[in-house]
Design a protein around this ligand. Structure first.
Ligand code: ZN
Length: 467
């Protein structure tokens, strides 16, 4: 399905397996670089084109201005494909009721579901999101359309139907009984977990399934207990867990206050950790593990961050969404210092950008704007790490993709700045330091900040050109 190929251009990637604090030391910049992909879609060699081994000299060459690893979106809502820029006149809970629950109810219609799935996959191809944790629809017909479209396109998708057994009247069309919720998730796992176009181990297939309670306010103690039981049965197969955590902190009426009041727990995270009975006592099995991704985690207590790190769970950081819904700013230093993997999420539709590099640029701005000593200027290599390798790690698929290390499957973006004049100007005409290492970082920063869809001229997954 793929044939051996050389991709040539200015290569940027984060080699090896650093954490975000050491990513800068692992930045590779090869101004005239080459990535050799074998006929299995695996990276066989990477280096300066001038050093290309003789054995590859006859392979076909595709040239671009820049080569980056494919972007990983660790949190995006498929049923909200048409909900970017939805005006709800408020923060999270108002926006859900006024805009999102009604929009998501439309996916019950199979024809609508088919169309929105096709458009969702097209958007991902346009912005180079080669792998994603996709928050799914309540409706199996829509999830079937999503997984089918993703497989046909050759993208990497982890997703699961959004589980709601409790909620306001506007959420009624998305809700099921407790028993049906569990039956539908179990059926989705049996149907889609580990599906691929090639023969691959279940846990490294293109398509995999997650258990996705919308958030603790959409479930009950009974739901959480049953999901914990189900997860115990399937976690060894590589089934994921995905949800929202500590997003809106409005005093009294916001999400976090409502979760703590509803469950009478000390910390929001307790509800996902099996500790969802009053006083944070145990009511079932934990949903936390190395295949668990929690979106937002804006207002976490240190105990919650420590627990996420201990469980090897990850955070999907969504600064564009947090700006749009007024959710506040995840404290960058405190969160990464806790040792939790922080990947980036668009959180479309609360997030108003599909392109992960736009989310990185927003992250740069909001963390520069954190109060006092918390203000931080995130470096270009840390940004690239967060949008690529950290996402692969959050998905527990770092051994497969996330950078251009030899032996990984080739997921890459071809970028041609001249297709977008503002980027072209910043690359060709921007000031650069005399120091070569600093100049490379300045170029990477300009690239990540100035990148827009038109400049992405090609997308490759597993060595296969998918766009
Ligand atoms: Zn979300």
């Amino acid at each position: 399905m793929s044939s051996a190929q050389i991709y040539r251009g200015h290569v940027f990637h984060i080699a090896g397996a650093p954490d975000v604090q050491t990513a800068d030391h692992h930045l590779v910049s090869l101004p005239d670089g080459a990535v050799v992909v074998d006929d299995e879609g695996v990276i066989a060699w990477v280096g300066s084109a001038a050093d290309l081994p003789e054995q590859y000299a006859a392979l076909p060459v595709t040239t671009a201005g820049f080569l980056l690893p494919g972007f990983v979106d660790a949190h995006i809502h498929f049923p909200q494909t048409y909900s970017v820029g939805a005006y709800g006149g408020g923060q999270l809970l108002e926006w859900l009721e006024n805009c999102i629950f009604p929009a998501e109810a439309r996916l019950a219609d199979p024809a609508f579901a088919e169309k929105i799935a096709a458009d969702f996959i097209d958007r991902r191809l346009s912005v180079g999101t080669t792998a994603a944790m996709v928050f799914g629809s309540a409706f199996p017909v829509a999830q079937d359309a999503l997984f089918s479209a993703s497989l046909a396109a050759g993208l990497r998708t982890v997703s699961g139907r959004g589980i709601q057994t409790s909620g306001p009247p506007a959420a009624k069309p998305l809700m099921t009984s407790e028993a049906e919720a569990i039956e539908l998730v179990a059926a989705e796992i049996e149907c889609w977990h580990g599906r691929d176009v090639l023969v691959r181990p279940e846990r490294s297939a293109l398509v995999q399934v997650a258990i996705v309670p919308r958030f603790s306010l959409s479930t009950t103690t009974e739901t959480l207990a049953a999901l914990g039981e189900l997860y115990e049965d399937v976690r060894d197969r590589g089934v994921y867990v995905h949800s929202h955590l500590s997003e809106n902190n409005r005093p009294g009426t916001g999400e976090i206050a409502a979760v703590r009041a509803t469950y009478d727990v000390e910390h929001y995270l307790d509800t996902y950790d099996g500790l969802f009975m009053p006083g944070s006592t145990r009511g079932g099995s934990s949903l936390l593990g190395r295949r668990t991704i929690m979106a937002h985690a804006v207002h976490c207590h240190d105990d919650e961050l420590a627990r996420l790190a201990a469980a090897e769970a990850s955070i999907a950081h969504c600064p564009t969404s947090q700006l749009f819904l007024g959710s506040g700013t995840m404290p960058w230093r405190r969160t990464i210092d806790a040792g939790v993997t922080v990947a980036m999420g668009t959180d479309v539709g609360a997030g108003d950008e599909w392109l992960i590099s736009r989310v990185l640029a927003a992250g740069y701005g909001v963390h520069m704007t954190e109060p006092g000593d918390a203000a931080v200027s995130i470096g270009p290599a840390e940004l690239l790490f967060s949008g690529t390798l950290a996402g692969a790690r959050a998905l527990d698929q770092e051994q497969l993709f996330g950078n251009f290390d030899v032996g990984k499957e080739a997921d890459l973006l071809l970028i041609d700045p001249e297709r977008f004049p503002a980027l072209d100007g910043a690359i060709a005409g921007g000031i650069r330091a005399d120091d070569e290492d600093l100049a490379a970082r300045q170029t990477l920063f300009a690239l990540l900040n100035g990148l827009r869809e038109p400049a992405i001229s090609g997308v490759v997954v597993r060595g296969r050109r998918v766009r």
